[in-house]
Design a protein around this ligand. Structure first.
Ligand code: ATP
Length: 245
């Protein structure tokens, strides 16, 4: 296993009286895709929000534990500082700026990262190489794109900040199987280009096909973890998340 780029230790988080995560520990290797599986309400989105610093926008907070990225502590930092450190989240439901053009959505993604004009152009070239449809639709309002195109835009917007670690929350949600497969191919390509990915997915088959390692969250704690192959072979994962056996 490659060295970990992200280390979460003993993480606890919640929303006021609601305890969403307790004692969650996991490591995300650099340069790989790591998947987080689990049922509704298991705490998957909360984990990503804790890492990206966006938990407080949802009325939540980290209440214990540590999050370390590339040797630096992220817990206690705000979302803008975490983007600048190289960690960017694509939220569940895409959340593109619907009234803005595709091009302006991409521009907005570069704002917090401060890579300069040259860095922004390199990032845009990469994004349009991954998602040529975004170049074709550059001047359209983002709200008029299909669900799959909006997912591409949300991922493209995140990549404009040139993250070292991309956090993806349910990228295949609500997409037809062909489009979900296309998104999965792009996640693989993004990872092949050197960006580590932490992927939350309800579609366990898709996630285990992409990931080298995975964890299963249940009731806010890590119930299982291992290589994707180990989890795909586990009776519990097969029964509960893959719908076989
Ligand atoms: P889903 O796939 O349904 O989004 P999840 O595994 O991502 O599930 P979370 O969204 O992290 O789970 O939810 C974990 C727990 O925190 C649940 O009990 C949920 O009801 C609660 N929760 C999530 N968001 C909020 C919020 N903004 N305010 C209050 N409670 C919340």
């Amino acid at each position: 296993m490659e060295a970990a780029i992200l280390r979460v230790r003993g993480l606890a988080a919640g929303y006021g009286p609601v305890h969403a995560l307790s004692s969650v520990s996991l490591e995300v290797p650099d340069g790989a895709v790591t998947a987080v599986l689990g049922g509704n309400g298991a705490g998957k989105s909360t984990l990503l929000r804790a890492v990206s610093g966006t938990l407080r926008f949802q009325g939540g907070a980290i209440t214990g534990g540590t999050i370390e990225f590339a040797g630096e502590r992220l817990d206690g930092r705000n979302a803008a500082q975490i983007v600048a450190a190289g960690v960017v989240q694509v939220p569940e439901g895409r959340q593109v700026f619907a009234r803005m053009s595709v091009a302006d959505n991409l521009r907005a993604g570069a704002l917090g990262a401060r890579h300069g004009r040259r860095g922004e152009q390199e990032a845009r070239d990469r994004v349009l190489g991954l998602f040529p449809v975004l170049a074709e639709r550059a001047h359209q309002r983002a709200g008029l794109l299909s669900g799959g195109e909006q997912q591409m835009l949300a991922m493209g917007r995140a990549l404009m900040a040139r993250p070292r670690l991309l956090l993806l929350d349910e990228p295949s949600l609500g997409l037809a199987p062909m489009m979900a497969a296309r998104i999965a191919d792009t996640v693989r390509e993004i990872n092949d280009q050197g960006t580590a990915v932490l992927l939350v997915e309800q579609n366990a088959a898709l996630a285990l096909g992409l990931a080298s390692r995975a964890v299963v969250l249940e009731n806010g704690t890590v119930a299982l973890s291992g290589t994707a192959d180990e989890l795909a072979a586990s009776d519990e994962v097969r029964r509960r998340y893959l719908g076989v056996g």
